[in-house]
Design a protein around this ligand. Structure first.
Ligand SMILES: [Zn+2]
Ligand SMILES: [Zn+2]
Length: 344
């Protein structure tokens, strides 16, 4: 069967490998159909992903079809199309035992810490497969990406009258907007990219999308009608923007860091204390968040989100292009359906 390996930086190799063994009890063998390409994949290809080791089979945003059930698996049948929760938790650490599987102390993410889904068949725990009846394969491959935003909003637990601001309208920030909208909240988004602001507005994910301008605090304050917001989500992953976001929540407000950076962030403690801010990190997502995304999928225009598509033997040539903001990628997707015929 076909396997796509990121052998080294900028070195993608297609190879013919043996099929996996029959699935263990509680596990399922699935045929991989679509793989969403995420920033992690693009950074790994470019050699910009910290602590990443090569060679690695990428792929954690997966739409798959059930191929063979291991013993004792119920609720799934051969031929079912499902989304994959790619965070394989240990199940025994304190975080896992308290339901915080997304931040398991020994977490292994498919395609990041272990080989992922860029191959025709893979065995996965049945517990990590999510049904979404009537959703297309491309919709299923969006679930993981969107679940990050749904988890962040669930972490913040906003109240119905809270003013929400989302900083950064990449795919993760758009997922935060969708999650807030699914709760009936009104969102003001901040992003310097006119293309991203237009997408968020056209898709009705936000009430208003603004340019941060030269003074993001005053831009946000005026968009919020003269006061600062109650809950701010930062999905930029840029240190300067994240540090600036500490100035955005109003008194008694919250800041949720969804994007992350390698390194230190600084904030002015007297300001932080004066406003008695709540600071939250948000990492990955749980089964609850996946189910919430699946419930919200019928309300989004999946075809508009999937802006770019590729096949196995084109992947190495498109990944450098997709890193370039000029290409306007919201979500690029690898189609593995014709993997049989791909050059091995
Ligand atoms: Zn991702
Ligand atoms: Zn654990």
């Amino acid at each position: 069967m076909l396997q796509i390996t990121l052998h080294e930086v900028a070195d993608i190799r297609l190879s013919d490998v043996p099929m996996p063994d029959a699935p263990q009890p509680g596990w399922v063998q699935v045929r991989v159909r679509r793989v969403g390409i995420c920033g992690t994949d693009l950074h790994a290809f470019a050699g910009k992903q910290p602590f990443f080791s090569y060679p690695r089979v990428l792929g954690h945003e997966l739409a798959v079809t059930v191929h063979q059930l291991g013993a004792g698996v119920s609720g799934l049948a051969e031929g079912d199309d499902v989304a994959v929760r790619p965070y394989l938790e240990c199940g025994v650490c304190r975080a896992c035992r308290r339901g915080r599987t997304n931040c398991c102390s020994d977490l292994k993410v498919l395609g990041v810490h272990m080989d992922g889904g860029m191959r025709m068949y893979i065995n996965l725990p049945a517990s990590h497969l999510h049904h979404a009846h009537g959703v297309s394969l491309e919709g299923l491959a969006l679930v993981e990406m969107l679940s990050i935003g749904f988890h962040a909003v669930r972490r913040a637990n906003p109240q119905p009258d809270d003013q929400i601001v989302v900083v950064g309208l990449g795919p993760i920030g758009l997922g935060v907007c969708l999650a807030a909208r699914a709760r009936g909240l009104s969102v003001i988004a901040v992003d310097p990219s006119v293309n991203r602001r237009t997408f968020a507005s056209m898709q009705r994910l936000v009430a208003q999308a603004i340019d941060p301008g030269t003074d993001v605090v005053s831009s946000v304050r005026s968009a919020c009608g003269g006061t600062l917001p109650d809950v701010v989500f930062d999905a930029t992953g840029h240190p300067a923007a994240m540090e600036a976001s500490f100035s955005l929540p109003g008194n008694g407000g919250s800041l949720v860091l969804v994007g992350l950076v390698q390194g230190e962030l600084r904030f002015v403690d007297p300001e932080f204390h004066r406003r008695e801010l709540t600071l939250l990190a948000s990492r990955n997502a749980t089964a609850i968040d996946f189910d919430a995304v699946i419930a919200a999928l019928p309300s989004i225009d999946i075809a508009a989100w999937v802006t770019h598509r590729t096949r196995p033997n084109e992947l190495a040539s498109v990944l450098p292009l997709w890193r370039d903001p000029q290409h306007g990628v919201i979500k690029g997707m690898l189609d593995l359906d014709d993997a049989q015929s791909a050059a091995c």
